[in-house]
Design a protein around this ligand. Structure first.
Ligand SMILES: [Mg+2]
Length: 374
């Protein structure tokens, strides 16, 4: 059943009554917040440590149940600063999922999309990237540095570098210059090998280089950024405005990729976009999650000026929605027009997918058995 749609007057009372969480077999984690007005809000959290996120969000009920859900920024502050030990992926994911759900409720109360509450729309259509094809309508993508060997060495041989370049060149030749192709290093390449690949791939015009090294190596990332004209992108493992401040100040990346499910939700991504604007940097929000993650990210695209593209243009999660989001056309997805996040979760279909998340998955170098990044 779909939620009753607003408006609820600003002075009419509404109170949070319950928080529930759902861990899915593919490790997506959903949070649902209910109210005494019958309006519900939905959010998503981190895929790693899925059960910890689900349990952590339930602990917030002690603060949130009984409160008006609409002072969302105030609740963000209370949840973040109410903890003595703050930030990090799990705690920020908990505040992000709850923030998303509270914005969803607030938009539904007033009968408008969240981007309208935040001063939008700043655009009508949102550039997306994902699987490029005529069928998907998507014309931008990203790939890993592909080779016949998955693990990277500290310093790579010319044979390995040539193979990565040949594979990327083949992809560029296949799609032509009209398709944007980013290269995601996943922070799995050590700095000397990363610089080898950065220089070797430059002639084939990557759209951007993503997570060229591990996100905490901000100084090393800044050093590599100064050695290439291809923009560096990072952000999926950086949390809150305080994390992105250092990236911007040190010019370590041009494109910021905060994830709405664990960088601090809608409230925080809007602030990070403002920080980025001051450095003439755009946002390209990260998103390997489900429909709440995409819908909330589209709300950000609809209320900020400095937007580049949204990860995930495909439709793989649409079965969880009562109504699919409007389809991608010419590389763009129209802004959702429904209230709140603009989606309605089909709870029966969601319950069918509830189960144990993916097991822990370390990866090893087949040459010597040592642990490698992935
Ligand atoms: Mg990535």
């Amino acid at each position: 059943m779909s939620d009753p749609q607003g408006p609820i007057g600003p002075n009419e009372a509404i109170k949070v009554t319950n928080i529930e969480t759902f861990v899915l077999k593919n490790s997506w984690v959903f949070v649902k917040i209910s109210t005494d007005a019958g309006i519900t809000g939905w959010g998503e959290m981190l895929k790693d440590d899925a059960k910890a996120c689900a349990a952590g969000a339930l602990e917030v009920a002690g603060y949130l149940v009984g409160q008006d859900p609409r002072p969302v920024v105030h609740h963000w502050q209370a949840i973040h600063r109410g903890a003595f030990y703050r930030g990090g992926p799990i705690k920020t994911a908990i505040s992000s999922g709850i923030d998303m759900a509270l914005w969803d409720i607030t938009g539904k109360c007033y009968g408008v999309p969240v981007y309208k509450l935040l001063g939008g729309p700043t655009r009508d259509r949102v550039r997306v990237y994902g699987e490029v094809s005529e069928k998907t309508g998507v014309n931008a993508m990203k790939v890993g540095p592909k080779s016949s060997r998955k693990a990277f060495k500290y310093i790579e041989s010319p044979l390995f570098v040539d193979e990565v370049v040949e594979r990327f060149k083949a992809l560029r030749d296949h799609h032509g210059p009209g398709v944007d192709i980013g290269v995601d290093f996943h922070g799995a390449v050590q700095p000397p090998a990363a610089l080898q690949l950065v220089k070797a791939l430059e002639p084939y015009h990557p759209w951007f280089y993503e997570e060229i090294v591990q996100a905490l190596n901000v100084d090393v990332m800044a050093e590599i950024a100064r050695k290439t004209h291809i923009p560096l992108a990072t952000g999926e493992r950086i949390f809150t405005k305080w994390g992105f401040k250092e990236i911007l100040e040190k010019r370590a990346a041009t494109i910021l990729q905060p994830d709405i499910c664990y960088a601090g939700g809608i409230t925080e991504l809007r602030i990070i976009a403002g920080q980025a604007e001051a450095y003439f940097s755009p946002l390209a929000p990260h998103n390997p999650q489900g429909p709440c993650s995409l819908a909330a990210s589209l709300q950000i695209a609809g209320c900020i000026p400095n937007f580049l593209a949204q990860e995930r243009g495909d439709n793989e999660y649409m079965e969880l929605l009562a109504e699919p989001l409007p389809a991608v056309e010419n590389g763009h997805r129209p802004l959702p027009t429904g209230p709140g996040l603009g989606i309605t979760i089909d709870e029966d279909k969601l319950m069918d997918l509830v189960g144990d998340p993916h097991p822990y998955g370390p990866q090893f170098d087949p040459d010597d058995g040592s642990v490698v990044d992935w």
